[in-house]
Design a protein around this ligand. Structure first.
Ligand SMILES: Cc1cc2nc3c(=O)[nH]c(=O)nc-3n(C[C@H](O)[C@H](O)[C@H](O)COP(=O)(O)OP(=O)(O)OC[C@H]3O[C@@H](n4cnc5c(N)ncnc54)[C@H](O)[C@@H]3O)c2cc1C
Ligand code: SF4
Length: 288
């Protein structure tokens, strides 16, 4: 059995300092992803820094009309906050479409963006998988890949990111704010998820011990856009863990948006703001 130590911190500075001194530490928020990955042998931290006491669970209005979502705000709480429901309905809807009522009560917004792909080969802990063990190969290329990506892939990985709310956050040009050993920085959402390329094990531009502190949404000033935004999600079998629906939701999102917005508005809303979809936009078929 591998030893795993645990500490609980109450400030952002303490969290960063603690993780800095433990190079193989991981942050623990709701634990709905991290604990599963540790059990499966996919994540192997030797220390867990519990961040649940940090003052990052709020959703705050900003003076410019935007909203700041704390990294520890729970999915259900964010979805039901009036400012989010009224000004960013696609975010509220994307959150409520995901997981289950119980999970959403535990799952944090920061953890949601750091969750790992649901590719079965990553999660079985033994199959060749470049994301888990760089250079070991990609079992999904010739294996079970029905729920995998068809755009933005590489010969080293064809996995999708499983977060539903990431689709909506990308549409609203969210900015991720982090705290780390070098201080704080802001990362535009478009830059937060990295394409697999040659290094699928690198999913974000974060470096240990970067902590997500909040996600900021600017004011949405075009009323028409706000009314038209939504997130569609297609389920083939079940709500909990079937990967196909995410491909469906992403493609439907792009297609809907391209048709819904007259050219003068530009493609402002949708997953097509992610680099991988912008690059491949010409390949996406329109519905007849
Ligand atoms: C059965 C099941 C079904 C699910 N279905 C869906 C779904 O339909 N749609 C969807 O979008 N998601 C789904 N999820 C994923 C769920 O939303 C995530 O597990 C959850 O949001 C993770 O948040 P957490 O607080 O539990 O994170 P944790 O499990 O505590 O942490 C997850 C990862 O994020 C890191 N982390 C956590 N907080 C921070 C932070 N502030 N800064 C930096 N790193 C951090 C941790 O170190 C860890 O690596 C599902 C999960 C399960 C188990
Ligand atoms: S698709 Fe990515 S996560 Fe899945 S086996 Fe291949 S490298 Fe691993």
């Amino acid at each position: 059995m591998r030893p795993l130590s645990y500490s609980r911190v109450s400030t952002v500075e303490e969290a960063v300092a603690r993780a800095t001194h433990e190079p193989a530490a991981a942050f623990l928020a709701g634990g709905t992803t991290e604990v599963d990955l540790i059990r499966a042998g996919v994540a192997m931290p030797d220390h867990l820094v519990d961040i649940n006491d940090l003052p990052l669970a709020g959703v705050h209005d900003l003076p410019d009309g935007g909203v700041r979502i704390g990294a520890l705000a729970r999915m259900n709480d964010v979805a039901r906050t009036p400012a989010v429901r009224e000004r960013y309905p696609a975010i509220s809807r994307a959150l409520l479409l995901g997981a289950s009522e119980q999970l959403r009560n535990m799952a944090s917004m920061g953890g949601n963006l750091r969750q790992r792909t649901r590719c079965a080969y990553l999660r079985d802990g033994i199959s060749p998988c470049n994301k888990r063990i760089p250079g070991s190969g990609c079992s999904a290329l010739e294996g079970f890949n029905r729920g995998h990506a068809i755009l933005g892939t590489s010969e080293h990985c064809v996995a999708t990111h499983p977060s539903d709310v990431a689709v909506a956050l990308a549409a609203f040009d969210a900015v991720i704010r982090t705290a780390g050993a070098e201080g704080e920085r802001s990362i535009p959402f478009d830059d937060f998820f990295l394409l697999p390329g040659m290094t699928p094990e690198r999913e974000h531009p974060l470096q240990h011990p970067d902590l997500i502190v909040h996600e900021t949404l600017g004011l949405v000033c075009v009323r028409r856009e706000r009314e038209r935004t939504t997130v569609l999600r297609m389920n083939r079998q079940d709500l909990l863990g079937d990967p196909d629906h995410r491909i469906g939701s992403q493609l439907l999102e792009v297609v809907d948006i391209r048709d819904a917005h007259p050219p003068e508005y530009g493609p402002r809303i949708g997953i097509d703001r992610l680099p991988r979809f912008r690059e491949c936009a010409g390949e996406i078929p329109r519905p007849r």
